[in-house]
Design a protein around this ligand. Sequence first.
Ligand SMILES: NC(=O)C1=CN([C@@H]2O[C@H](COP(=O)(O)OP(=O)(O)OC[C@H]3O[C@@H](n4cnc5c(N)ncnc54)[C@H](OP(=O)(O)O)[C@@H]3O)[C@@H](O)[C@H]2O)C=CC1
Ligand SMILES: O=C1O[C@H](COP(=O)(O)O)[C@@H](O)[C@H](O)[C@H]1O
Length: 496
Amino acid sequence: MAPTLIYIFGGTGDLAHRKLIPALFNLYIDGYLPGPFTIVGVGRSKIEESTYRAQMRKSIKEFARRSELTTKYWSKFSKNITFQTHDLNSDKSYKEMAAGWKAFQEEHGKESQIIFYLSVAPQLAPVIAKRLHGHRLCHDPKRSRMVFEKPFGHDLASAQELNVMLGKLFREEQIYRIDHFLGKETVQNILALRFANALFEPIWNANYIDHVQITAAETVSIESRGSYYESSGALRDMVQNHVLQMLCMVAMEAPISFEADEIRNKKLDVLQALRHMRPEDVHRYAVRGQYGPGWSKGKKAAGYRQEKAVDPQSNVETFAAVKFYVDNWRWKDVPFYVRTGKTLAAKETLITVQFRPAPDYAFPDEAAHTWRPNRLVIGIAPKMDIRLRFQAKQPGPSMTLRPVDMVFSYASRDEEDCQPEAYETLLQDVIEGNPTLFMRADQVEAAWKAIQPIMEVWGHKPPVDFPNYTPGSWGPEDAEALIARDGFNWATLPEV
Ligand SMILES: NC(=O)C1=CN([C@@H]2O[C@H](COP(=O)(O)OP(=O)(O)OC[C@H]3O[C@@H](n4cnc5c(N)ncnc54)[C@H](OP(=O)(O)O)[C@@H]3O)[C@@H](O)[C@H]2O)C=CC1
Ligand SMILES: O=C1O[C@H](COP(=O)(O)O)[C@@H](O)[C@H](O)[C@H]1O
C-alpha cells in the first residue's frame, strides 16, 4: 500500500475522538495501515502535539474495540500522530499543508497518497473543497481523496449545488461520501444473505412478502449535539441516509458484479423507484415526534426543548416514521415501514421481512395459527443475528402450533469480537481507494428527493402536539397508528 498522509479536519471533535482515531488504531493493530503513514489532526484549538496524543490515547482507551491493547501498541502507533492548529477558512493553512504534503512525498516517494477526512460541520465543506483545489492538494485523482461526512447537503437543492461544485473541481472517484451504516458487517451481510443463497431470492418479492419494517431506535438523547440537531432532525439525520440505505439493500436487484458502480446503480434504481408523495398525502405516509421530559433508566430526563443549544419552542422532530413504496414489479404495493428516534425504549436496529400467510390450510382452528411468525428478522445492531421465525407443532397429543426461531447469531460463532467497526471498514476502503460502500452523487440526491415532500410539508406546517412522546417509550401514538391502520404492529426484539 502506498505511503499515506491522512488529514483529519475536525481532529479535536467528537467523531474523531469516538470513532475515527479508535478505528485507525484497530486498523493499525491488524496491520491494515500502509507502511509509512501519518495522521494529522486539525482543529482551531491551540494544543501541543503531546497534549493531542494524550487526548487520543484516552479516546482509544475509552472507545476502541480492542482498548485492552492500548498499552501494547500505543507507543508505536502514536509516533504516526501529530496535530496542527489551522483555521480551515484561511488560505495560509492550506499553504502550510501543501508544504507538508511536498515534504511527505520527498521523504516517502511520488507514489504517496493523501486523504482529507472532513469531520467538520457541513457548512465548511465548500470552502475546504475550493481551497484544497486552489492549493493543488487534490490534483492527482489517483493519489488524493476526500471523505465527506454526513449530512451531505441540507436538502435536495443544497446537495445538488455541492455536487456540481465538487464535480467541477475533482473527479467523482476522489469523493467519498460516507454513510457509516454501510460499513456495518450486518448491513453488508444482507447482500450475502440474499444473493449467495438461492433459498430466499425466489420468494423475495411482492408475491410472498407482505411488508418490510426497518427500525433504527436509540435510547440516547441528542446529548451534546443540540446545535447540529436543530438544523437536522430525525428525518435528515437518519432516514435520508442510513435508513434508506438499509431499505436499498433489502429491495435492490441482484448485482451482476461487486464493482462499486454496479452496486451503486442497483441501489439507485430503488431510490428512484420510491413512490413520490404528494404534499396532501404526506400526513398519511409520515409521522413525526419530539420527546418531552420524563424518566429514563430510573433518572429524570430532560425533554428535547430543554436540551443544551435547543430552542425552547423548537419544532424539530426527534422521531420519524414513514411508509414508503418501491414502485417496481418486484415490490408492487409492498409497504416498507421505517422508524427512527431518540430516547426510545431500546437501542435496536432491526429489519423485519414479513412473509404472506400460508394459504388456507387443514389445521384445525384450535391450532391457533397466526401468520405473523412467518418472518425473517435481521438484527443489525447491537444484536447481530438473523432469525427465521416459523410455525412448528407444539409437542403433545393435539395439533397445536407455536412459533419457533432458527437463529444465526454472530455472537454464538465467536465472531462478534472480531467484527471491525463500521468506521474501520470504511477508512480501510478509503485508504485502498475502494468506493463501493460510499455514496455516489446521484444516490445522495435521489435520497434527498425521496424525503423532500415530507421535509417541505413539515417545514410549512408546525406540529400541533409537540412534545408528543416520553423518553423510554416507542414514540408517538401516531406511529403506532401508521402501521396499525394496515393491520400490523411494529416488530421489536423481545416479541419477534
Ligand atoms: N459525532 C457523531 O457521532 C457524528 C458526526 N457526524 C458528522 O461528522 C462531522 C463532525 O461532527 P462532530 O465531530 O460531532 O463535530 P464537533 O462539533 O464535535 O467537532 C467539530 C470539529 O471541527 C473543528 N472546526 C470547526 N470549525 C473549524 C475551522 N474553521 N477550522 C478548523 N477546524 C474547525 C473543531 O475544531 P476546534 O474545536 O478545535 O476548533 C472540531 O474539531 C459533522 O459533519 C457531523 O454531522 C456524522 C455522524 C455521527
Ligand atoms: O449518523 C448518526 O448515527 C448515529 C447512530 O449510529 P449507530 O451506529 O450508533 O447506530 C446517531 O446517533 C446520530 O444521531 C446520527 O448522526
